[in-house]
Design a protein around this ligand. Sequence first.
Ligand code: FCB
Length: 459
Amino acid sequence: MSAGVGNPPQADQTTREFPLLAALPRDFTWGVSTSSFQIEGAAHEDGRGPSVWDTYCQKGLANHDTGDIACDHYHRYAEDIALMQRLGVQAYRFSVAWPRVLPQGRGKPNELGLQFYDRLIDALLAAGIEPWLCLYHWDMPQVLDDLGGWTTRDVVSWFTDYAALVAGRYGDRVKRFATFNEPSIFTLFGHGFGDGQRDISGVNSLHRAVHHVNLAHGAAVDAVRARVPGASIGAIHNFQMCLPSTLADAEAAKHCDLYWNRAFPDPQCLGTYPDRIQRALEPHMQTGDLAHIRRPLDWFGVNHYGPTYVKADPNARLGFGIGPKPPGIPATPIGWPIVPEKFRETLLRVAKAYGLPIYVLENGLGGHDKPDEKGAVVDNERIAYLRDYIGALNEAVSAGADIRGYFVWSLLDNFEWDSGYSVRFGITYVDFPTQRRIPKASFHWYRDLIKRARAQADG
Ligand code: FCB
């Protein structure tokens, strides 16, 4: 059965209702997000080079999952765009896989890899869906990581050349560009926590990585701006309140906030590092760096799932780690805290601190969905989560935040990093052995919400 046949699964009465959308601007953008490594597959096809995540998977994830096939989106992108059309989204955020277009990380581009994104972008435009292109969603070419990856300053010119290639190739059709997805997450989990998790480079060099990513961001903004008339450029940050697990963890939570929430937006938007980070970074900085990092931006991308609870941990590299939720905080099936009012607060904080229009570019719920005996996937918990979080967004807008769009993570169940395929974030179920797509109840709910919001905007 292709996506589109069959009766839509029914959400139950308690979750079916919609949040208030009254405060949203008329031209509010509704979208969905994905990323290259998590959905494309075709890992060994058409000349793609290996990324750090291919290497990491070879070390052995749970279930020995890899990105080799993932959602096979490389071959099924047309079917996936048809799903987006059914949803009625105006925008689709995806990322380009650096090692697909530059298998050696630099030097000779791979024409076959570049052609995949030509096909994808052309099909999106033909479907009336605006492509939002993110340059980096964590899949660094392995060959560059072997040379030091984010810990060497050379990476700034490698990334700039890559950004110039992508902007030059697609800038006639793509206007929305993001430099990085969640720089604080890949630097902290790659170099900061030092607990083996995602510690893919094995180098204790968080501060160098932070600074080089920021420099690469600034240089890429200039490279895209120079090549794409009318470009609208931003970066995407995982921004969520860092809250103490217990009263004794208050200092640790404040410290974590500097790295998790401020180490990238502060220099990129304000031209300064928080003091404590500035001191740690000084050995890696050169005159003029902050001016190169702070380049004019058009918007601020927020990815948000729930607050981060933090504990003091004297044995951790930075003196803090992820802590337990205090008792009584509701959680998703994978244990992530559900606190919609902290989303509202986060959006208001970002609006006030950085003064840019905001797009929420990821939000969603991870679970262990399964089709029922009729083959339907009734994910009421996800619907309730989306309803409450979109409601909180509406409240932030009525309290004055300039928020212009909302993108669900994710269109499809996909490769969820360390959890492989065991955790599902999609509003479309993917039966991985057959690659069959089954829209979940949340898919139908989101489609109806978009319809209602757009009717309201037109009326
Ligand atoms: C974010 C990532 C995204 C996805 C979601 C669940 O941190 O950007 O790739 O894994 O979490």
